[in-house]
Write a protein that binds this ligand. Sequence first.
Ligand code: ATP
Ligand code: MG
Length: 417
Amino acid sequence: MPKTSSPIVGLDIGTGSVRVVMVELIDGEVEIVGLGEVESRGLRKGVISRPDLAVEAIRRAVESAERTSGLEVSHVCVGLAGAHIRGENNEGRIAVPGRHREIAKEDIDRVIETACAISLQGGREIADVLPQEYTVDDQDGIDDPLGMLGSRLAVSVHILTSPVAAKQSIVSSVNRAGLHVADLYLAHLASAEAVLSEDDREYGAAAINIGAETTSLAIYQRGAVWHSAIFPIGGSHFTNDIAVGLRTSMPEAERIKRTSGCASHLLLNGSAASEPVEVPGLGGKGPRVVSRQILSDILEPRAEELLSHVQEEIRRSGFDRQLSSGIVLTGGGALLRGMNEVAEQVFNAPVRLGIPERFVGFGNQFEPAAFSTAVGLAMHSARREMSSGVDHQQRRSSEGSGNAGFGDRLKSFFGIR
Ligand SMILES: Nc1ncnc2c1ncn2[C@@H]1O[C@H](COP(=O)(O)OP(=O)(O)OP(=O)(O)O)[C@@H](O)[C@H]1O
Ligand SMILES: [Mg+2]
């Protein structure tokens, strides 16, 4: 296997699966060049609970992506996830010293630092701070105040906090798998940024990632994050309901959910409702046959419960009437048939399945919606490299031609302003 260069890599260590996305510049275009996916082990609700098993799953996922691409992975952008992550908004304000001078980068850093003065519970730390908008003197709604004239500067920010231990265990597991952490980013924001367009983020949208044991919410407007939350519920609860309700094993319940499950009675019209589903029994008991309607009767209340929980959070955030671009469902759990229909009823808003752009060509082998977090992490890493002035192409090879304008092409690919 030819291993020559080091691509930009997103690593999503999920509770159900570990996924890897490798992106590179090929013939002047940024492309996904490698994907890896393996069943996850050693995680609970998005948090590493058995590092030895998690390390092994990370290794296998990276190896499978390396095989598909022929490229070697050395650095990754890894996602920070789990229901322990909290998002909150805060504000900071400073006086700009000197008489009506231009606002400098140091002033912006200082006002953000002021906005980060929140009281943290023991064992928690700030994982990330995302500026929402600035106010210079009395002028608000400013995206970037650099170079503006003013004597007072204020900023509103979205602050993400997480237990110190969560980050430590992710970094040490990635290191033990033989990889360096180039970057760490909030998994739920990465996923949202992979499936929301620039317009969605500008006009207002909520991205909901339904995973195996967690569901996340991220609300964007005017290009910024205004609210985010992670709930300890996900697709495995649906599987568990089937296993308990139909007295079958979890693996069989999972298979039945994917092949015959439907969360909305609206899709089960006519003969579809009475279609038979064979359910293998437990403990040597023979199989039983139930209708798809019965299966749907188990799944629909769970879908309503999960999505109502998210709707309640959106309502509490005050953004429920401001989501002009609607709701975008993503993650493996969003693939359950009928999920969109239930969501449209619960949210009373347009709902679509969020698929990361540029996933063409891999769709037959992999489920694009399940890869949104890993794609978003690779995008985030690429953006960081651009803003830090590192030319990825130069860093990884000296082939010369094709380097010019790399940043611009990457920017236009990722829709970055
Ligand atoms: N075709 C499908 N139909 C129904 N459910 C599906 C389908 N494909 C995947 N799922 C469900 O999606 C869930 C896994 O989603 P995903 O892979 O996004 O989770 P994860 O990222 O590993 O977990 P988490 O984000 O909670 O840590 C599982 O509960 C699985 O049953
Ligand atoms: Mg996930």
